[in-house]
Design a protein around this ligand. Sequence first.
Ligand SMILES: [Zn+2]
Ligand SMILES: [Zn+2]
Length: 117
Amino acid sequence: MIEITCPACGEHEDLRGERRDGEVAVVCGACGASFVRDLTPRCTACGSEDLVPVPTNLLEDAGRGEQRAPTGIVDRLLCWECGATDATASDATAAQGDWRARRADLGLDRHRRSSWD
Ligand SMILES: [Zn+2]
Ligand SMILES: [Zn+2]
């Protein structure tokens, strides 16, 4: 969860939020200011909002010589701008090398966006 801070007074605890589609209307209990917080996820590495969900197998290590069995599939967010995998993680880092050349070969449908709720 990204910390929300009142843009008027800097309060970050006494805030009340009301969720609407894709954003949260927040009222500051300290100064009464109201503001809207956008819930659009952003890449931690470069700040881009252009993130692509990539289904990723979670593999269970079955031990030496055995097949690794998928234990589930999660959508990891790949940053289309810089190539960071798991782009909303706090330690996301941009892809090394020429990401823009490589991303064309990934065959990802960059317009397939999951719902963020
Ligand atoms: Zn305030
Ligand atoms: Zn990025």
